[in-house]
Write a protein that binds this ligand. Structure first.
Ligand code: ADP
Ligand code: MG
Length: 529
């Protein structure tokens, strides 16, 4: 098929015009979230088509909620979503830096620099920046980690609750880190309405709002072995439609007896394989309940699948279907088990080798509780990264300014037009301190100039002070961020910008896909003969 035919039903923009439109789309996005950046950033009120509302300060939430259709804008949003997944923070920064890179690139294109040259310069600048980050980083102690978690929550919550959640996140992180890996999915969250956000608490161990099924069973104990049963310890009920020919009065009785015997056999097997604790997805019959108590096996029933899976990972236990066929290999191990009252609800708490922790999120309304949960998840994400890789970078614009200064020095030695692109990349990084200052009510340009000047005197740890206005040492003030967040933000933004610069042609389909006429005729004729 000739090119014209393929392109017939598309609207086409190419070359500079395509780039101009794409840059516009990215800038529009950045414009929507820039004012939320930093501790003094403003909130956005999001309203969905059902009239539901959400107040948020989180860039990625704003962008993911807005139904943006422009494909290039979607590329920028996807860089921000990746940032959220990989680093749990830095989503607004990613969008702001990416859009600024494109704005500056557009200026260069207008001066006659080819987009491919700019893309090359950006790639070089990205390499230089990522390499320099290691040198700018500080290795974190516990106090630093706490400060970094608080920095990541800055502006999202009232500072008292931010502090509280940060310390709970650190406690949770320390409870789950094992062999250098902190898997945030080992922390579960229970919602409990009533009380204030500040009553939110952390329990080390997996807490499940359940009570053991028989009071004769021991409430606490351990260590021991645990069996997870994806089913129950129940007699089968003869169903009405079952083909069971009841020919004598005793037959029903006989059926029940056989079922009870089968049930007790299951309990016997649990005892034989050395199980101390059994957890069932479904119910446990009275007969089995008593037999378990007699056998000294602790039991919980009607435990949700999600909790079963968590228990399985924490204890290293298989989830089995049939208690009668379970073997010692299916058992997992726990360190201790206990029950505790929290907020008037009895919780079963299990401590296991692989760790686990439970946040009891409290608040006056379900919206407030969800907000607590969201912020805690972000805080925990940041905490886990830092426990795995305890390297921090100075925040409050310090790192971006340090990189920009370095890039400008390096650019001088590059003879080609890439030099201009590297300078443009440096300018784009500085959009972060500019926006932080602007959002705090200072003049963006003046603040940036002052910061650059002070860094050249006082070193790379000098960052903005959004309270006093005069830049100062941010490490001393505890404004620090995980290396990983800044690294990911810079690489995500540059890579998105580079791929957008490489787009030379935009083809918009203007019509729904249609069945070609020839095929349609054949279809109509079909069956007529
Ligand atoms: P993002 O979605 O990019 O994480 P945030 O709104 O969380 O956006 O803002 C993060 C920025 O705010 C970072 O550049 C960080 O260094 C800066 N920041 C956080 N706390 C402070 C503070 N106390 N003073 C100055 N800057 C801060
Ligand atoms: Mg943030």
């Amino acid at each position: 098929m000739a090119e014209e035919t393929i392109l017939e039903s598309t609207e086409r923009t190419s070359g500079r015009e395509a780039l101009r439109k794409n840059v516009q789309a990215a800038l529009a996005l950045a414009g929507a979230v820039r004012s939320t950046l930093g501790p003094k950033g403003l909130d956005k009120l999001l309203i969905d088509d059902q009239g539901g509302t959400l107040v948020t300060n989180d860039g990625v939430t704003v962008l993911e909620t807005a139904r943006v259709e422009h494909p290039v804008a979607r590329m920028v949003i996807s860089a921000s979503s990746t940032q959220d997944k990989v680093a749990r923070d830095g989503t607004t920064s990613t969008v702001v830096i990416c859009a600024e890179m494109l704005r500056n690139a557009w200026q260069l294109v207008r001066q006659g620099v080819h987009p491919a040259t700019i893309a090359r310069g950006f790639a070089q600048a990205e390499d230089i920046s990522l390499e320099a980050l290691d040198g700018l980083s500080i290795s974190a102690e516990r106090g630093h980690i706490l400060a970094a978690i608080e920095t990541s929550l800055a502006g999202k919550l009232d500072s008292k609750i931010a502090k509280h959640l940060s310390s709970l996140a650190l406690e949770a992180g320390e409870a789950i880190i094992k062999d250098g890996i902190a898997d945030a999915t080992r922390v579960k969250v229970i919602h409990q309405s009533g009380g204030s956000m500040l009553d939110t608490e952390l329990i080390t161990g997996l807490a499940i709002p359940k009570t053991r099924i028989h009071s004769e069973m021991k409430e606490r104990g351990g260590p021991g072995s645990i069996l997870l049963l994806d089913g129950g310890l129940e007699k089968r009920q003869p169903r009405i439609d079952a083909k069971l020919n009841v020919t004598s009065v005793g037959m029903m009785e006989e059926f029940r007896r056989a079922e009870t015997a089968a049930l007790l056999k299951q309990v016997e097997n649990l005892k034989a394989i050395g199980c101390d604790l059994v957890v069932c997805r479904e119910g446990v019959d009275d007969d089995a309940r008593q037999a378990l108590a007699n056998a000294g096996i602790l039991a919980y029933r009607r435990v949700e699948r999600k909790d079963m899976e968590l228990l399985s990972r924490s204890c290293g236990a298989n989830i089995v279907i049939d208690a009668k066929r379970a073997t010692a290999d299916d058992l997992g191990a726990f360190i201790s088990t206990r029950e505790e009252l929290s907020g008037g609800v009895n919780h079963w708490i299990l401590d296991a080798e692989e760790g686990g922790a439970t946040l009891i999120a409290k608040g006056s309304t379900s919206d407030v509780i969800s907000e607590v949960e969201r912020c805690f998840a972000d805080a925990l994400g940041v905490c886990c990264q830092l426990l795995e890789d305890p390297r921090l970078l100075p925040g409050a614009g310090a790192t971006q300014v340090a990189l920009a200064r370095l890039l400008r020095r390096k650019a001088e030695s590059i003879p080609g037009r890439e030099q201009m692109a590297i300078d443009a990349f440096a300018d784009a990084l500085e959009s972060i301190p500019r926006a932080l200052a602007t959002n705090a009510g200072f003049d963006g340009v003046d603040s940036l100039l002052k910061l650059v000047a002070m860094q050249s005197e006082g070193g790379e740890n000098i960052g903005l002070n959004l309270e006093a206005g005069e830049p100062s040492d941010v490490v001393e003030r505890g404004v620090m961020e995980p290396l990983n967040i800044t690294r990911q933000a810079i690489s995500g933004a540059s890579e998105a910008a580079i791929s957008i610069l490489r787009i030379d042609d935009v083809l918009w389909a203007t019509m729904e896909p249609e069945i070609p006429e020839e095929a349609q005729q054949r279809l109509q004729g079909f069956g007529a003969e």
